[in-house]
Design a binder for this molecule. Sequence first.
Ligand code: NOJ
Length: 793
Amino acid sequence: MSWNSCQWLRKSRFVATFLFAFVSFSPFETVLAQAPEPASNPVALTSSPLTDPAIERRVEALLKQMTLDEKVGQLAQYSSGAPTGPSAGRADYPSMIARGEVGSLFNLDSAHAANQYQHIAVEKSRLHIPLLFGLDVIHGFRTTFPVPLALASTWDPSIVEKYARIAAQESSAAGIRWAFSPMVDIARDPRWGRIVEGAGEDPYLGSVMARAYVRGYQGKNLSDKESIAACVKHFVGYGAAEGGRDYNTAEISEHTLREVYLPPFYAALREGSASLMSSFNTINGLPATANPFTLTGILRNEWGFPGLVVSDWTSVGELVGHGIVRDKAGAAQKAMTAGIDMDMVSDSYHQHLANLVKSGKVSEARLDAAVRDVLRVKFALGLFDDPFTDESREIHGALPKERVDAARQAAERSFVLLKNSVAGSRPILPLSSESGTIALIGPLADDAKNMLGAWAGRGRPEDVVTLKTALVQRVGAEKIHYARGGEFQTSSDAEIQKAVETAQQADVVLLALGEEATEQTGEAASRAHLNLPGRQQELLEKVSATGKPVVLLLFSGRPLTLPWAFEHVPAIVAAWFPGIQAGPALVRVLYGDVPPSGKLVVSWPRTMGQIPIYYNALNTGRPADGVDLTHPPRNSLEKYISRYIDELNSPQFPFGFGLSYSSLEYSKTQVDSAKLNASALNASLRRAAADNAPHATASANVKNTGNRAVDEVVQLYVRLIGTGMEEPVRKLVGFKRISLAPGESQTVSFPLGAEAFSLWDVQNNQRVEPSRVQLWISPDSSRGLPAELEIVE
Ligand code: NOJ
């Protein structure tokens, strides 16, 4: 986008916002009117595939020809396939499309179905405006990769980008040009089922991953037939649902919103994400789908977002349930004036928007702005020039090898080795040809469907290679004794007994336990108990009681609180839900063909009472540093500090944690400048383009001191001391994946740009303040000794 058109867009949004402020009077309008103008924040969006003057001219020309009803039609979206929410929407699509009353359909399955609807839109509707087809392409269309939490655990954006490109190729072949992904909600609460859909608790890692998804989906050119529009979601604060209960209210201060929850959205939009979805939750007393402060003040006025904003499923109509309006007409008015362009499924715009515009309750300017946002995306995708999909592009048979290999590599890098104790003379893992016979036990050992994880697009169980199949291929059926050990929720005494007997026959036990992906993880799957479902804990304990060495393979969409397992089971791998190549990937890591290299993207709680738990917390004035918390307080020094009297403060495993089969030594953490200048850093932070030019370099030496190869994720954290607002005890600001042969060492360097030292100040502006900086280069968020530098005036 040229600078001029960017300014123009922002200006028109700003004027529009001012107009809305006179139309309705919620408390947020006051805030909105005070929302900082673009210049007060450092970097506005600079690149978007939507900001092309040629597109803008076509949008304007078309808009001029549209009737009120046709405009409203572009803002209505319906589900045309299996519902993914509590209402099915409408069903008379062909006639509605012919009348120009539908802008987008989603949940379709095939290019043929999409083409049929598209023919109606472009041949029968008066202005021939093509439909935009969407889908929840979350971690795969057909080639199902590990769930997003696992993809993030790779700490490898190239893996995520590769995933998203494959997903784009497959979705677009089915006529889908719009993915409702990436989900970038920061989640600090594993009770929330949707923690599985995001990149965990950290805004920096979340931002890196968000950008990788957008790059992969949208490719170099959105109009490429194999590219699809990304939709960053859910704006905003959905992951902060109170009590971890899905759809629940969130309270987030503006400071925390900007420090923690907004950065991944901003990153995705800066990468050019063509669209954004609002969230279900209320944030600070106002539903996110009716929130002008976030949807217009931040998104449009500050960031200058030129793309399409869609509501979540029926979330416009749900404003009635929230109680801020009396009926769906009121809901349409509130959502529209707050900044929602397209109404997903709730039918509120379709039913009421035309009247709202006629009566002046919604301005024509706002209506036109929303329609422009929709048309802009359709033009950018090239739908007006070529609306149909070549049906021969769809894959009906076996998946191409390179896609399967990519899914396997992603899974291999996503597993997190949590524990690996010595049994006899060496750690249990990796297994080897000398490991003897294997008892393979558990409901997830041979369960294709659950390996796909929640939101598996059009993933097929028949594409999955389970652990059992892969293990048999590796060592031969004669070496494997298998028992399912019961179901997720129920097991009979006989099934448990059979599992115990199976364990007794073998030299080593692989126990595949965990959650049922589609029932217990993902949307509407919040859990108040983070244990192993059903009788799986009993199965684990009884099998362990045989005395055989046990490797627990934990399949889950979240950390589970399993204190007994972490104390008694010698080897534990967090396997998440690994996708179609679950079995081969696990076998290769278990046998050490490839090293385990995933790292946790969420702090793993010891117990439910610690939740929310996250590493980038504030320190308090009474931290428990240096105090032995393993017993109840014995004196006032041990009591009047920020602690539990009955549990440690620390998590079971910290953010960033993950073992390898080798040992590593970190040393010589240093930074090449003792002093940096705050104004120089601020100047670079404020430059319009994302100028993250280095001002210093931090480095450390990392040595593989063991006798096996490692792939390590080296992490860079900072703490800023002496700042106006309190800053977290550590913040991730960089990471690098490296490979080290046994005995090899490497100096790992990180260029330090202004962003690494920036914070959101008392006035909610991003800037660098004079401060003392501590800086760690470490294998996780809890270890290492800091280097220091000063940021001076
Ligand atoms: C509701 C979910 O919250 C959202 O993530 C999804 O994209 C829509 N349904 C559409 O299925």
